[in-house]
Each structure stands twice: as structure tokens, then as C-alpha cells.
Design a protein around this ligand. Structure first.
Ligand code: HEM
Length: 215
């Protein structure tokens, strides 16, 4: 179960890094950003797979990863609770980090944020500063002109990055990389670098829109 969590988690971190990098295309202008967004849903990997197939393969892999990740988290949580019939006498936290302590509830909030994100930008059901049918550039710039949305995203992306910080460390430990004190510091550093790069990389675009550097 831990290995399933580790592998599906790392697949999703890979997606996040690519998504963050892709979002930065907004700085190249409307044409570049829209072209990139349409390419993702059209000719990516063509002619290896027919045009338009990649996005659905990607969505299937994502959905399978999310379901397997949550399912193993739920089973492991159930087992952990079943293993103790009484509560711990002391509630004092010893060495757990904040990110480690908030993995379960943080994961739930992350998922709620993701559902909002998809309703907003993928299905355009929740329209914040744009109208249905807006092109990706127009939609993104319209949305992040709202300071409250930028704030909401900062909190959500912060929760995602905290989850990733502990998750990367935990996944690599599960997969056997935590073999010495030096390896331990390396994994810790790597997890921090990935989390910080993701936070800065994701937030730079909404902030640039809010402050009018991208319009
Ligand atoms: C500031 C941060 C973010 C911005 C500005 C952003 C922006 C976008 C945009 C514009 C789309 C729609 C692309 C299109 O349909 O043309 C999208 C889709 C998506 N985003 Fe984000 N995103 C952010 C963070 C995240 C995070 C943290 C996650 C995951 C935890 C995420 C997961 C997704 C997924 C799964 C899709 C759907 C891809 C599909 O159509 O299947 N995004 N995002």
C-alpha cells in the first residue's frame, strides 16, 4: 500500500512540475499560451497516437493515480487506527513536522481545491472573470485579475506544496532511498526544493496578472 502511494504520488508530482512549467508560457503572450493549450488537447504525441487521444490517456492515468492514492491512504489510515484500541496518553508532538501532521486533512482540502480548479478552468462551470468559451489566455488573465482568487490559489497551492514536501520525502523513503544520514539530508533537501519551485513557479503567473505585468 505504501508503495502504491509512493508511485502514484510521484506520478502526480511529475504532472505538477510539467503543469507549472507549461503555465509559464503565459509570459510568451496570448498566441503562444493558447497554441500550447490547444496542442495539449490536440496534436501532442501525434502521429504516435491519433490527434486528441493524449489528453484522454493523460486523464485516465491521473484518475487512476488519484483513486489508487486515496484508496491506499484510506486503507492505511484504517489499519493505523485499528492497531490501537486506546488513544496515546500523551498528546505532545515529538519529531513530526507540520507537513507530516497535516497529510490526511491536507490531502482532503487539496482534493476539494482540485475539484474547484477543474470546475473553473477545465469545464468553465464556475466563471470568475471570464465567460464560457473563453480562450485559455483570456480565461486565465480574466480570472487572476481578482485578488481574492489569487489569495485562494496561494492558500491552495501552499497546501499542495506542503503535501508534496512531506510526500516526496516519504515516497523516496518508502522506495528505499533513505539509506544513510547523508541520503536523509539529500532527500529532505530535494523535497524542499521541489516544493519551493512548485510554489514559486505556480504563483508567479497569478501574481503577474494581478499586478498587471501580464494582461
Ligand atoms: C496557480 C496555479 C495554477 C494555475 C494558474 C493553473 C491553471 C490551469 C489552467 C488554465 C488549466 C486549463 C487548461 C485548459 O483546459 O486549457 C488547468 C487545468 C488543470 N490543472 Fe491547473 N493550474 C494551477 C495549479 C494546479 C494544481 C496545483 C493542480 C493539482 C493539484 C492542477 C491540476 C490541474 C488539472 C488536473 C487540470 C486539468 C487538465 C485536463 O484538462 O485534463 N493545477 N490548470
Amino acid at each position: 500500500m505504501k508503495v502504491v502511494m509512493a508511485i502514484t504520488g510521484l506520478i502526480m508530482v511529475g504532472f505538477l512540475l510539467m503543469h507549472m512549467y507549461g503555465n509559464l508560457k503565459v509570459f510568451l503572450g496570448a498566441d503562444a499560451f493558447n497554441h500550447y493549450a490547444h496542442w495539449l488537447k490536440g496534436d501532442i504525441l501525434y502521429p504516435l497516437v491519433p490527434s486528441g487521444w493524449f489528453i484522454w490517456i493523460f486523464r485516465l492515468v491521473m484518475l487512476a493515480s488519484i483513486v489508487a492514492h486515496i484508496w491506499s491512504a484510506a486503507v492505511l489510515t484504517g489499519r493505523a487506527h485499528a492497531a490501537r484500541s486506546t488513544k496515546y496518553v500523551t498528546t505532545k508532538r515529538l519529531s513530526q513536522t507540520y507537513a507530516a501532521r497535516t497529510m490526511r486533512w491536507g490531502g482532503v482540502i487539496l482534493l476539494v481545491g482540485l475539484i474547484f480548479h477543474l470546475l473553473q478552468f477545465t469545464t468553465q462551470t464556475v466563471q470568475t472573470g471570464f465567460t464560457a468559451g473563453a480562450e485559455p489566455y483570456e480565461m486565465t488573465v480574466g480570472a487572476f485579475g481578482n485578488w481574492w482568487l489569487v489569495l485562494l490559489y496561494a492558500v491552495w497551492v501552499g497546501i499542495v506544496c506542503s503535501h508534496v514536501r512531506h510526500g516526496v520525502w516519504s515516497a523516496l523513503t518508502t522506495l528505499g532511498a533513505n539509506t544513510s544520514p547523508a541520503a536523509r539530508s539529500f532527500l529532505n533537501g530535494l523535497a524542499w526544493v521541489i516544493a519551493v519551485v512548485l510554489f514559486v513557479g505556480f504563483m508567479i503567473m497569478p501574481l503577474a496578472v494581478l499586478f498587471g505585468w501580464v494582461n
